[in-house]
Design a protein around this ligand. Structure first.
Ligand code: BGC
Length: 512
């Protein structure tokens, strides 16, 4: 892995002094985590559960898209069986014990619990599955962290407009209330919604995630507003009616990639790319003023007027709604994977479809080949971007407590995953750099416990600490080298950049 290093230094020393400092300073001493720092791994219902039509579960948008349009997924696969976690949950918990996890983040499938989408009928078999999983985890002291919504919206709600219908605020709140009632006695960590940007932009403003709506520059913004209100409503219900049960926490998981400027003249463009892609969700919740970022309101209103719209395509929040949304997250849940450079000059004119979110944002992104390690099309290796992102969150929002709810690296499979190990080590080290400068990061979650259905990439991109054999009926899980390295970090509560596992046999340590 070190063979790549000089290349990096070259790229950096030839262009960006600021980043050079960070990269040159990669620390090689063994570094300790704060005593109460927690480690976990994550998955999501559609990506692992399978049993798509079993025991009363009804169709969600991913079932629908993969059934009606199978080869929209790269390998024409689907999550019908996925990792079969619906039946293999005991093995999943065994893996959590092998790794020594403090917590495990998983999501609930809305239609497995509420087959009509609404609270009028609760599916006992679905509830039983989650009770079994939660109870099995608690038996071994592994904290469940539940995501209420990780993209698998009931198809019926989609047919009524999904996240573009303002009624979804009530639909989601009702579902959240049921989940709090069912599991709130044992669960203390709740995530309302995973990655609003992916839901709204990729699913509604584009066709890179279900429901593949692709109604650019309109549906994505309607979705953004409704989603924030739905999140806030679930937060208030929990806060008022359920928090006192056990003093739990509730928060949102935002995906924030880092946008940076290679040249001074693009610093504003980079800042605005961060505003458009993630501060659109964090500003309403974490800033002192609330509401969408001012730059976003200004640019979308201006473009909308030029395009002949009678009002901005970005819907407005009322003063009351601004107050209702502001402050509704106990942590800044952060999913991070990538960094891009951006530029903005005359070539951006007519570069994107009009209207569209990209046109409103008005930047072009690029990255360096040297940022690519391994074969994955997805993930790149830019740890300093993670450091800068954590720094901006600390500076912009008065240092909120942060939980890294996802971070990880894809390979094409294989047990010897040195690239993933390099990625994890350097990203965790960058996180420690930010923490040393004051960032209040409380927990880290590796995506993912095991390979799973990677949305439109199917099973071609593998994110697991454990490899899953999709040829075997029971979806056999085998630890990769990275699992041993992650386990060592958890066991010692230290980051040792040079630790080499001396075994490939996974066991459960005493006390787990
Ligand atoms: C999502 C996961 C996904 C991961 C890797 C995140 O955007 O929350 O569901 O598998 O990234 O692409």
């Amino acid at each position: 892995m070190w063979a790549r290093w000089p290349m990096f230094l070259f790229v950096c020393s030839s262009i960006v002094i600021g980043e050079c400092k960070i990269i040159n300073n990669v620390r090689h001493e063994v570094r300790k985590f704060p005593e109460d720092f927690l480690f976990g791994t994550a998955t999501a219902s559609y990506q692992v559960e399978g049993a798509w039509d079993k025991d009363g579960k009804t169709e969600n948008i991913w079932d629908h898209v993969t059934l009606t349009n199978p080869c929209v997924v790269k390998d024409c696969s689907n999550g019908d069986i996925a990792d079969d976690s619906y039946h293999q949950y005991k093995r999943d918990v065994e893996m959590m014990r092998e790794l020594g996890l403090d917590f495990y983040r998983f999501s609930l499938s809305w239609t497995r619990i509420l087959p009509t989408s609404f609270p009028d009928k609760i599916n006992e078999a679905g509830v039983q599955y989650y009770n079994n999983l939660i109870d099995e985890m608690l038996k071994y002291n592994i904290k469940p962290m539940i995501t209420l919504f990780h993209w698998d919206l009931p198809q019926k709600l989609q047919e009524m407009g999904g996240w573009t219908n303002p009624e979804i605020v009530n639909w989601f709140a009702d579902y959240a209330r049921i989940a709090f009632e069912l599991f709130g006695d044992r669960v203390t960590d709740w995530i309302t919604i995973n990655e609003p940007h992916q839901v709204c932009y990729h699913g509604y403003g584009d066709d890179s995630l279900a429901p593949l709506l692709n109604i650019k520059g309109v549906a994505d913004y309607l979705c953004a507003k409704n989603l924030l209100l739905a999140h806030a409503k679930a937060y208030h219900i929990y806060d008022k009616e359920f928090r006192s049960l056990n003093g739990g926490k509730i928060f949102i998981a935002l995906s924030a990639q880092w946008y940076d400027a290679e040249y001074e003249e693009f610093v504003d463009a980079a800042k605005e790319a961060n505003d458009f892609t993630w501060a659109i969700y964090s500003h309403p919740i974490f800033s002192e003023t609330g509401d969408f970022p001012p730059v976003l309101k200004e640019y979308v209103a201006q473009k909308s007027a030029e395009q002949g719209f009678y009002r901005s395509r970005l819907p407005e929040f009322t003063e009351e709604e601004i107050d209702y949304v502001r402050g509704t997250s106990d942590y800044f849940g952060l999913n991070h994977y990538l960094t891009y450079y951006v530029y903005r000059n005359e070539s951006v004119v007519n570069y994107y479809e009009s209207p569209s979110f990209e046109e409103d944002m008005g930047v072009i992104t690029y990255f360096y080949d040297e940022w690519k390690i391994g074969e994955s099309n997805y993930t790149k290796f830019v740890p300093w971007g993670f450091y800068k992102l954590l720094t901006r969150i600390r500076e912009d929002y008065g240092n909120p407590p942060v939980i890294i709810t996802e971070n990880g690296f894809a390979t094409r499979g294989g047990l010897n995953d040195e690239d993933r190990i390099t990625y994890y080590r350097h990203y965790i080290s960058a996180m420690l750099d930010a923490m040393e400068e004051g960032s209040d990061v409380r927990a880290y979650t590796a995506w993912s416990l095991m390979d799973n259905f990677e949305w439109l990439a199917g099973y071609t991109e593998r994110f697991g600490l454990y490899q899953v054999d999709y040829e075997s009926p029971e979806r056999t899980r085998t630890p990769r080298k990275s699992a041993f390295v992650y386990k060592q970090i958890l066991r010692t509560r230290e980051l040792d950049m040079h630790y080499e596992p001396d075994t490939d046999v996974m066991t459960i340590d005493e006390g787990h």
